[in-house]
Ligand binder design. Structure first.
Ligand code: GLN
Length: 480
């Protein structure tokens, strides 16, 4: 019977003939089918995945893996383009739209022998924190079907949580990889802005968006990152810095870290007391193990959610103006006599409630009379945050804290109150505002029975430190 613990183990089983790629694909297809109620996949590519697996099995007869991800079964969020496959951003406005090219990450995965098994459900245009905003139905947390999996990459998180694939890709504009990872009890890595090409990622807020990785262990996340990261002529914002072989550099014995945490974060009234206590006990454990962990003041905490929602909605209102009912996907059934009426109808019928709310909010904050009061102010907050962060990283290797203020909430609990939903992003949006790498690590279980994590962040370009630190956290947990 097939079982999966890590890419390393799986590939050694492939090499010694204990399993085959076809067996792995068949196993996951059957698991996806058995868990169809979770609604984690919008579509699976069963036939072609099986054909690719059979080809990879033939190639393995020479005794060598074709690439670092030989036979690895991957699922991708429905905002990442896979040539000749539909991509909809979980929106009706892109229904029946087919990608005409591959995202750079998809090219890189395939070049290393990965098999893409399907596309994952998500919040429409990656806007949301609970996966209740998809035009194709909500996703259920597999740990408790009455609770949300988090969002917006809820389907990708559940795909890994429920063992429906080995790794998955999501996108993180304000926490959409780390928050669902926290709610689902898995690892969620958002690299620094510009580490991974956004070419072929459907844009939400371009100066925040970053592709991220869901995995069961740090090695798998590190291996995936080293493959999909790196410069790309199709995305001018990607760093040209060398990508280290992260997966081979994870172990460093006895390194002592200097870590900060934001005092205001742990004292915030919205933070669940059990989560606060667990983070405090982690801090104590680190100190007991010889690391330095110190509080730093961060009086900007209450400004970051407003700044995030002003800037991202502004960018979204511009990015989403391309969906006019003519160039892509859905068109309203009306005659073309009045073009403005046609645009209005197509957008009104094609976009969901949350997306419309954000387009309107973004258009408002960019409008002549309000630009300075909102957009410029929020840009100033972003600049101050950047300076504050750079100053902190002069003295510390990392910043740690909770990923989310509460564990996974019940379906419907926050869906009628957008502000309450937005406030749940209080700890994750910071890393996107300043563009730094961040990760959520599944270390704890709440008395509600739900998992939750710790978040670690490092300075721009330092994913290696983040992964090493994460490995140390996971190893410490393993020893408990
Ligand atoms: N919850 C945040 C939002 O709705 C984050 C979304 C994301 O990271 N894509 O904007």
């Amino acid at each position: 019977m097939f079982s999966f613990t890590s890419i390393k183990d799986y590939q050694s089983c492939l090499l010694n003939g204990q399993t085959t790629c076809v067996e792995a694909v068949s196993y996951y297809l059957q698991r996806i089918e058995a868990n169809i109620h979770l609604n984690a996949f919008l579509e699976t590519y069963s036939e072609e995945a099986l054909i690719q697996a059979a080809d990879l099995d033939v190639l393995l007869q020479s005794g060598k893996l074709v690439g670092k991800l030989h036979g690895v079964i991957v699922a991708v969020k429905d905002v990442i383009c896979y040539q000749n496959h539909p991509v909809s951003a979980a929106s009706k406005i892109l229904e029946n739209f087919t990608s005409v090219y591959n995202a750079t990450v998809v090219e890189k995965l395939i070049a290393e022998g990965a098999i893409i098994i399907g596309r994952n459900n998500c919040d429409e245009f990656a806007m949301g924190s609970s996966n209740e905003n998809s035009a194709f139905g909500k996703v259920l947390n597999s740990k408790d079907n009455n609770r949300v999996p988090g969002g917006s990459s809820g389907g990708s998180a559940v795909a890994v949580q429920a063992g429906l694939c080995m790794i998955s890709l999501g996108s993180d504009t304000g926490g959409s990889v780390r928050q669902p990872a926290d709610f689902c009890g898995i690892i969620g890595l958002k690299p620094g802005y510009g580490r991974i090409s956004r070419y072929g990622l459907i844009a939400y807020a371009s100066s925040f968006d970053q592709i991220g990785i869901f995995a069961n262990n740090i090695y798998d996340a590190a291996l995936t990152l080293e493959i999909i990261a790196g410069k790309d002529e199709f995305d001018g914002t990607v760093s040209s810095a060398e990508v280290p072989a992260f997966s081979e550099m994870l172990n460093i014995e006895n390194r002592k870290y200097k870590i900060a945490y934001f005092r205001e974060t742990l004292e915030h009234p919205s933070l669940d007391p059990e989560i606060a206590a667990s983070i405090r006990s982690s801090i104590q454990k680190l100190i007991d193990n010889g690391h330095t962990v110190e509080p730093v003041n961060f009086d900007l905490l209450d400004f970051i959610v407003p700044a995030y929602y002003i800037l991202t909605t502004a960018e979204a209102s511009s990015n989403l103006s391309r969906y006019d009912g003519i160039k892509y996907g859905f068109s309203a059934k009306t005659d073309f006599g009045d073009l403005t009426e046609f645009y209005k109808r197509s957008r009104s019928e094609g976009f969901g409630k949350e997306v419309k709310r954000r387009i309107m909010l973004g258009t408002f904050v960019l409008s002549a009379g309000y630009y300075d009061a909102y957009f410029t102010k929020a840009q100033q907050v972003r600049q101050i945050l950047l300076k504050t962060t750079q100053a902190i990283f002069k003295n510390y290797d990392a910043i740690i804290g909770p990923t989310v203020p509460s564990p996974a909430f019940r379906i419907g609990e926050k869906s009628n109150d957008p502000i309450e939903m937005f406030l749940a992003d209080i700890y994750t949006v910071f890393a996107n505002l300043v563009g730094i790498p961040a990760i959520s690590l599944p270390l704890f279980t709440h008395s509600s029975g739900m998992p939750f994590g710790i978040q670690a962040m490092v300075s721009q370009g330092n994913e290696l430190t983040l992964l090493r630190l994460s490995k140390m956290f996971m190893d410490l947990k393993g020893k408990e």
